[in-house]
Design a binder for this molecule. Structure first.
Ligand SMILES: Cc1cc2nc3c(=O)[nH]c(=O)nc-3n(C[C@H](O)[C@H](O)[C@H](O)COP(=O)(O)O)c2cc1C
Length: 498
């Protein structure tokens, strides 16, 4: 557990560890910045990036001249966030995240902080003062909300939620957003609109890494992400009151945008498409909820925070790396809470952002994999993820695709109910493998998936066989220890190197 104090402290820590690359050459916010980021992120092995010279934002009069991205686009930096050694294994990161999700360190309120160094209201509000990139050429606009924390409040319980939900610069004081009903701010919105009220919202850009990490995790709706951020960093988050909305934000944040959202379609503004996590442009250009900005507060010389979405093979990013830790940790906690026994490891490979979940089990009774899948699919965390679940025995390395492939080949048989379909469930409205008409969120609130369990565990419905020495499966051809040891001893004699 480590406290960095703010995003500047995090950037300093990254610089010291050789995890930061600063670009002082002039870079255009219009596609060039996004393309550099795409190339530099690589396959989850690139540095974090600080752009310090952005076209149109490099004059003395500029309100904001720099942009930070990639703070969590590799596993080493996720390890640093948790205070672990940089070479910690993915399973160790998943275990650290599990612990944080199950712990709570509530925030404290402070009177003021650096985020109040500048307070901008009324006609002075201009979102174009910030170097917001057009990340991809076919994005519907300049996406300002990519790695921010969107703070809302449940009007009944008072709980503050912090989530990452996309939004683009509309007019100089509006941010049209993607607001899905099953997400926590969608549920909050419903409660305000039942009372015919606008929903207050505050967007936080740039703080410690625990903010985007917790904000993009499906924490249970009754829990505030601020409590989980406190658990990740091992100390309460210090919050200040907003100026024009009844919400609180970290006192040392770089930039905060406050505003209100109406559920009245007459107020909607065009939003989308955006280069989405699936690697495709998603979420059509259509009228969507918009935030009416009422105030911006920011530090002196603020640093904008954003990120590049869109995962493709060998092109990973912050969402894919974070998801692979978050979604595995959450799934493991759900399995434990639901009483599924024998879970020994859980993994989400980064290329699919948690769409595929792999569970490693020590089975003791029939149907354990199906019990596990039912527990996962029944949870709110399954909304955008866990479309496909693999279950394997504990002798299969779930981080090795070759091992999974072998188990799929010889321990999975559709004729034995090892492939299970769960049709008609909620799902991601951005997944292009579902026909567009079934992803109409205005009509249905969410997307539609047929989920699949691929059970690659040895089938405990099989009878023990005399031919197999009383086991359900034949012995494996791996050499016996005595044979292996003999060959090991004589290996060099055969002319092999070590
Ligand atoms: C970079 C990034 C962008 C995201 N964009 C969206 C989005 O546009 N809409 C959305 O509903 N979820 C988006 N997510 C996923 C949500 O942040 C995630 O589902 C989170 O659990 C939402 O918070 P909640 O559980 O409090 O609703 C994004 C995540 C990341 C990391």
């Amino acid at each position: 557990m480590t406290q960095f104090g703010d995003m500047r402290g995090w950037i300093d820590a990254l610089r010291k560890e050789g995890e930061l690359h600063q670009i002082d050459a002039e870079v255009d916010w219009d596609c060039e910045l996004g393309t550099i980021t795409r190339r530099a992120f690589g396959n989850g092995d690139g540095p974090a990036l600080l752009f310090s010279n952005i076209k149109d934002y490099n004059k003395n009069t500029t309100r904001c001249s720099s942009m930070f991205t990639g703070g969590l686009s590799n596993y080493s930096r996720v390890a640093m966030m948790f205070g672990l050694p940089k070479n910690a294994s993915i399973t160790e990161l998943v275990k650290a995240a599990r612990k944080a999700y199950a712990s709570r360190v509530p925030p404290v309120t402070v009177k003021t902080g650096p985020v109040k160094e500048n307070i901008v209201k009324g006609d002075d509000i201009n979102l174009y003062d910030f170097p917001v990139p057009k990340w991809h050429r076919f994005d519907g606009g300049r996406y300002i909300n990519t790695m921010q924390g969107s703070v809302t409040r449940d009007p009944v319980s008072g709980r503050m939620n912090v989530g990452i939900y996309r939004g683009m610069v509309g007019k100089k004081d509006t941010i049209p957003v993607l607001l899905w009903r099953p997400q926590n701010w969608g549920q909050d919105m419903q409660k305000y609109s039942d009372k015919h009220q606008e929903m207050p919202v505050a967007f936080v850009y740039g703080w410690e890494p625990s903010l985007p990490f917790a904000a993009s995790s499906p924490i249970p709706p009754d829990v505030s992400e601020y409590d989980v951020m406190g658990a990740i960093r091992g100390a309460p988050v210090e919050l200040v009151d907003c100026e024009t909305v009844p919400l609180q934000v970290p006192a040392t944040a770089e930039i905060v945008i406050e505003g209100w959202i109406s559920n009245d379609p007459a107020t909607f503004e065009m939003e989308g498409p955006f280069g989405e996590y699936t690697g495709y442009f998603g979420g059509d250009q259509a009228p969507k909820h918009k935030v009416r900005v009422t105030c911006i507060t920011h530090r002196n010389n603020p640093i904008m925070r954003g990120t590049l979405e869109g995962t493709m093979p060998k092109m990973l990013n912050e969402n894919s790396i974070m998801s692979s830790v978050q979604r595995a940790a959450l799934a493991w906690n759900i399995l434990e809470r639901s009483g599924v026994p024998g879970v020994t490891d859980v993994h989400c490979p980064p290329a699919n952002n948690g769409t595929t979940l792999i569970i490693q089990l020590r089975q003791t009774y029939r149907g354990q994999a199906k019990q596990a899948a039912a527990a996962i699919w029944g949870s709110n965390a399954a909304h955008l993820r866990y479309k496909h679940i693999w279950a394997v025995d504990d002798d299969i390395d779930i981080h090795d695709y070759g091992a999974l492939d072998w188990a799929f080949a010889y321990r999975c048989n559709a004729a034995e109910d090892d492939i299970v379909f769960y049709p008609g469930t909620f799902g991601s409205a951005l997944d292009p493998s579902t026909r567009l008409k079934y992803r109409n969120t205005k009509l249905y609130g969410t997307g539609k998936w047929c989920r699949v369990l691929i059970d690659c565990t040895v089938n405990l419905d099989f009878e023990p066989e005399e031919n197999y020495g009383g086991e359900r499966y034949p012995p494996m051809v791996r050499p016996e220890k005595q044979d292996w040891d003999l060959v090991d001893k004589r290996w060099k004699e055969y002319g092999f190197k070590d």
